[in-house]
Design a protein around this ligand. Structure first.
Ligand code: NCD
Length: 306
């Protein structure tokens, strides 16, 4: 039995297989519409979500399976003080696989220690979000044609943004990747990522403050929302929230084939005028999330791929 807690829990070759399966599903969704008949996915969401939870649920329904779960801690027994360990022991007898989102870093990992069904981390605090990363990789692979030889800019809240952390770990395994980390001083990438991953593996990166200066050299620009729910005080959030707003003027400085990704939800960091730019692919990215999760559920349930 496999769990997916971190973005590197799949080897590069397993990831290639996953993305290829997602691609096959895109080409012929009907072929997969019954492969999970009789199986149940539990979505255990202790934090708000639109895309992640609903795309997991859509994925299982598209595979012919069923879904159950809760969408906030308040409506689960967590509100009565139940531990994640106890909850997952019980859910293990109700479902075949589960996706868990939790505000505490490491909660899905703890769940995996007590679970007898595969646990998928659907976002743990400001730490990791592996299935968003698989979605991002499918988007880049399909729309850019490759996952190597890329200069990738991350812009916004690099401190608390779990999608950023996970994608940096995943992309670091491909050759000739350079990172441009664009953020205010207060929202820089955590030191452990710089030291343990980037510096330890000689992966080129620079930390900059100004988006306009960085944008001309990028192949991918990954915009992020300032993560309000992780701030200790509202004043800091208000001061930092509009540091970056991508607009048409800034897009005119970018390469003609640069892609703009965003895990969504967007707040102010991308002006809606950018949505019509063919390089803005964030809505397409959200669509890919369903296919990659279909592929992941199939892989973890060891469904016959025939
Ligand atoms: C992201 C998350 O939850 O980390 N959303 C998502 O899953 N697509 C990004 C965010 O909330 O800013």
């Amino acid at each position: 039995m496999r769990h997916i807690i971190s973005p590197t829990d799949l080897t590069v070759s397993e990831l290639t297989d996953l993305l290829n399966l997602a691609e096959k599903i895109i080409q012929n969704p009907k072929k997969y519409s019954e492969v999970c008949r009789g199986k149940k996915l539990a979505t255990l969401f202790y934090e708000p979500s639109t895309r992640t939870r609903l795309s997991f649920e859509a994925a299982m329904l598209n595979l012919g399976g069923n879904i159950l779960g809760f969408s906030s801690a308040d409506t689960s027994s967590a509100a009565k003080g139940e531990s994640v360990a106890d909850t997952i022991r019980v859910i293990s007898s109700y479902a075949d696989i589960c996706a868990m989102r939790h505000p505490k870093e490491g909660a899905p990992y703890v769940a995996s220690l007590y679970s007898s069904i595969p646990v998928i981390n659907a976002g743990d605090g400001g730490h990791n979000h592996p299935t968003q990363t698989f979605t991002d990789l499918l988007t880049i692979k399909n729309l850019k044609g490759r996952l190597d030889h890329l200069t990738v800019g991350f812009c916004g809240d690099l401190k608390f943004g779990r999608t950023v952390h996970s994608l940096i770990y995943a992309l670091s395994r491909y050759s000739s990747i350079k990172f441009v980390l664009i953020s205010p001083e207060e929202l820089r990438i955590p030191t452990y990522i710089k030291k343990e991953l980037l510096e330890a593996n000689d992966i080129p990166f620079e930390e900059v403050r100004v988006l306009e200066k960085a944008i001309p050299k990028l192949d991918i620009l990954y915009m992020t929302r300032v993560q309000r729910e992780r701030f200790f005080n509202e004043e800091d959030y208000i001061r930092l929230k509009d540091t970056y707003i991508l607009n048409s003027r800034k897009m005119s400085l970018a390469k003609e084939d640069m892609l703009v990704l965003h895990p969504l939800p967007r707040v102010n960091e991308i002006a809606t005028e950018v949505d019509d730019d063919p390089r803005a692919v964030y809505f397409k990215q959200a669509e890919y999330g369903v296919y990659v999760r279909m592929a992941l559920i199939m892989k973890l349930l060891e469904v016959d791929l025939c």
